[in-house]
Design a binder for this molecule. Sequence first.
Ligand SMILES: Nc1ncnc2c1ncn2[C@@H]1O[C@H](COP(=O)(O)OP(=O)(O)OP(=O)(O)O)[C@@H](O)[C@H]1O
Length: 233
Amino acid sequence: MTPPLIKLNQVSKKYLNQTALTNITFQLTKSGIYGVIGPNGSGKTTLLKIMAGLLRSSKGTVEIMEKPVTRLSSQHIAFLSEADSLYSFQTVNQMVDFCHNVMPDFSKDKALNMIQSLNIEKDKKIKHLSKGNRARVKIVLTLSRQVPVLLMDEPLSGLDPLVREDILRMIVMNVDVEEQILVLSTHEVSEVEPFLDHVIFMKNGTCLLEKSVEQLREEKGQSVVEAMREVLS
Ligand SMILES: Nc1ncnc2c1ncn2[C@@H]1O[C@H](COP(=O)(O)OP(=O)(O)OP(=O)(O)O)[C@@H](O)[C@H]1O
């Protein structure tokens, strides 16, 4: 049997007296693209941060590539936060150089090629880019890491629909689906559906379903949107 790339066992998380996750158990064994889908407050960000080793669970265990996740796991994991996390005073080029200098797995060539193909001006300061291009640069920097696990929290947040579709295509084209696992969270399921291989449905801090899109179609004759309506209603 293939060992799981990501394994969660009975994971719960409480922030003071607010329960964010309850007994989450699943194993992500296959590479490909996973969508963590659920309404606002269902625990998507908390789940991704725990998988990235950025937050500690209150209970349960998390393993990435058969090793317990810790802050040091960032050498196997690229995490894209929903927050605006770029240094706005730097130019795009300087930001690429910075990533190259601090992350041994960062491919400068891949980053520069993507930036060129997106027609983003490398000498512009991040703060002078459009919102869409800032989001693209953030995603380029994540996709340029040659790591087995990519985690993206709401990568399309705050962008208009045309830009969103364009960015989704760019993400999918640049993930090595044979070698990498991409887990992205969203509450806008219909636009990501065509790109997903697997879904994880979240509601009120619990995982209601973890299945491949193919299984959903074969076993229940359902699209992701139909399954989501049934499971999350
Ligand atoms: N730092 C925090 N302190 C207290 N409660 C928190 C904190 N972060 C999240 N929560 C609570 O935990 C629950 C899950 O939040 P989380 O952000 O993980 O959900 P989400 O599905 O990502 O939401 P959204 O789609 O709105 O980003 C919510 O009830 C939220 O209010």
